[in-house]
Ligand binder design. Sequence first.
Ligand code: GLN
Length: 202
Amino acid sequence: MTRPLIGVLALQGDVREHVHALHDSGADAIGIRRREELEKVDGLVIPGGESTTMSKLLDIFELYEPLRDRLADGLPAYGSCAGMILLASEILDTRADAKHLYGVDMTVRRNAFGRQVDSFEADLDFEGITGDPVRAVFIRAPWVERVGEDVEVLARVPETGGEADGRIVAVRQGSVLATSFHPEVTGDRRVHELFVDLVRAH
Ligand code: GLN
C-alpha cells in the first residue's frame, strides 16, 4: 500500500484542509458522506467543526453505526478537535444526546480552555515527531482528562504558569490518533504524515 486511500468525514467542518494535508503526506483522500464510501477506505480523518452537530449528522446520514463498527474492527482513524471529541469513550460538558464513537479509551472535556482563551497557539513537544516543536492551533478546543491504560499520551500543553499547564492534547491508542488542535491549518504536515504511517503499518 504505497498511497493508502484515506477518507475525510465530510458532513461538516474543515474537510478540504485535511484532504490537502493528506495528499501532501503521501495518501489519496476522499470526502465521505455515505456508508459505501466508508467501506472502501484504509483510514478515516474526522475533522474539526462542531461535535454535537456532527453527532446529529452522523445519525441523519446513517453513518453512526457503520463508523462505530469499523472503528471496533480496527479502522485507523485520526480525529482533530471536534473529531477528537467524537472519538472519545466519554465526553464532559456536551449535550445529553451527543453520540461518540469509543475509538479511544479517554474522557474529553469539550470547550475546556474556557471563554477567555477560546483560541490560542502553542509550541508542543510531540512524541514521535522529531525536529522543531509542533505549532498547535487551538480553536474552542477540548482537552483530555483521563486516558485508559492502552492510551499513549503524545503531547501536553507546555508549562507557562496558566491553568491549562500539562493538559493532555494529543493521544494514540493503537492505530487511532487524536489531537485537540488543528495541524491541517499550519502547513506543517508531520502529524498527518504520522497518521499516514499508522495507516500503512496497519
Ligand atoms: N468546540 C467544538 C465542539 O464542541 C470543537 C471546535 C473545533 O473543532 N475547532 O465540537
